[in-house]
Design a binder for this molecule. Structure first.
Ligand SMILES: [Zn+2]
Length: 311
C-alpha cells in the first residue's frame, strides 16, 4: 500500500492532476484488465500512457521505495560509514557505505563499483558534499549503486537536512521490507538470548577474539534477543540488541545468564511497547524481520491525546 500511495503522489505531482483523479484512472485501468494486475502495476501503466517517465524523475529520499531499479536522487553526504573488503562465495571486492540526506529524509547508500569507491578513497567525494545518484537500486530502504549507476558531485545546495531516522507509524499487515516503522505491539513469544563478540575499537563482529581490521583483540560480549510481536493486524519475528533488552526490564546479569533469563522470560509475554525499527529481509529464511532500533513504554496521556485529536 505504501508503494502505491507514493506512486500516486508522484504521478499527481508530475501530471498536476489530483490524487483522486489518478486513482480513478488506476481503478479504470485495473477494471479494463479484469483486475489481473496490481494497483501499483496499473499506476505504472497510467503514468506511461500520460507520457510520464517515472524512471527519469528525480525523487526525494522520502519517496524511494522497495524494488525501484533506476532511482535518481540528490542528497548531502552526512556520514561516510565504512569502506571494507569482502570475500564471499569466491567473489572478492570492496563495498562502501554512506548516508545521504535531503529535506525529506535520509538513506544509506551502498557503493559496489570500484570506480565509485575510488572517488571516496581519493577524497574527491566526501562528507558534506552534495551528490547526485543516478540509476540506483532500492533494496531494504538502501540505495545500491552498481557499475550501471553513477555518483557525482552536484552543484545544488542543500541546507536543511533531516539527519535523524524517520519512522512512519504503521500496522504490521502493511509493513514492507525497507520501511522504518513505529509500531505499538505486544510481545507474544520470546526466545533465549544469543551471544556474540565484538571488537572493542570498531564494534564490529569479532570471531574467536579476532577483528578483521584490528587483529587480536579482547572482545566485548554482546547479546541479541528474538521476540515475536503482534499488533492486532499481524505478527512478526523481531530482533533487538543490548540496551534495548535492558529497556524491557532485564539487567545485564539476567541477560548474560540463560538460567536467570529463563526465570524472568515469562514476564515478557503480554508486555506492550512502542517499537521503532527497520523491516528487513531475512535472507536465510526469505521472510520479513523487524530489526528494533529503539523502544519505549506506552504513555497513556499521549495516547489519550492522540485519540482525542482523531475524535
Ligand atoms: Zn575492530
Amino acid at each position: 500500500m505504501e508503494n502505491y500511495n507514493k506512486l500516486v503522489e508522484r504521478i499527481s505531482k508530475i501530471s498536476k492532476l489530483t490524487a483522486e483523479e489518478i486513482e480513478r484512472k488506476v481503478e479504470a485501468k485495473k477494471a479494463k484488465l479484469s483486475g489481473l494486475i496490481s494497483k501499483e502495476g496499473a499506476a505504472q501503466i497510467v503514468a506511461a500512457e500520460m507520457g510520464i517517465n517515472l524512471d527519469m524523475e528525480r525523487l526525494k529520499l522520502s519517496e524511494i521505495f522497495q524494488g525501484m531499479k533506476r532511482a535518481n536522487v540528490v542528497g548531502k553526504i552526512i556520514d561516510v560509514l565504512s569502506i571494507r573488503e569482502y570475500n564471499k562465495n569466491g567473489r572478492a571486492g570492496k563495498v562502501a557505505n554512506l548516508r545521504i540526506a535531503d529535506d525529506s529524509g535520509n538513506a544509506r547508500v551502498v557503493l559496489w563499483d570500484t570506480n565509485h569507491i575510488g572517488l571516496i578513497e581519493q577524497g574527491k567525494i566526501k562528507k558534506g558534499d552534495v551528490v547526485e545518484l543516478v540509476n540506483a537500486n532500492v533494496r531494504n530502504g538502501e540505495l545500491h549503486l552498481s557499475s550501471f549507476s553513477d555518483i557525482k558531485i552536484s552543484s545544488e545546495q542543500i541546507d536543511a537536512v533531516v539527519s535523524e531516522k524517520v519512522f512512519e507509524t504503521g500496522k504490521l499487515k502493511d509493513a514492507k521490507v525497507g520501511q522504518n516503522v513505529r509500531i505499538r505491539a505486544i510481545i507474544v513469544q520470546a526466545f533465549e538470548p544469543r551471544y556474540f563478540e565484538v571488537c572493542p575499537e570498531c564494534k564490529k563482529r569479532a570471531l574467536e577474539g579476532e577483528c578483521k581490521t584490528h587483529g587480536k583483540v579482547e572482545p566485548l560480549k554482546r547479546a541479541l534477543l528474538n521476540i515475536v510481536l503482534d499488533d492486532g493486524t499481524s505478527t512478526i519475528r523481531s530482533v533487538l540488541f543490548g540496551e534495548n533488552i535492558n529497556k524491557l526490564g532485564f539487567t545485564d546479569e539476567e541477560i548474560f545468564s540463560l538460567e536467570k533469563f529463563a526465570e524472568k522470560r515469562g514476564y515478557l509475554l503480554g508486555e506492550e511497547r512502542i517499537f521503532y525499527g527497520n523491516m528487513r529481509n531475512n535472507a536465510l529464511y526469505n521472510t520479513m524481520e523487524f530489526n528494533i532500533d529503539n523502544l519505549e513504554g506506552i504513555d497513556i496521556d499521549a495516547l489519550i491525546k492522540e485519540i482525542e485529536v482523531k475524535v
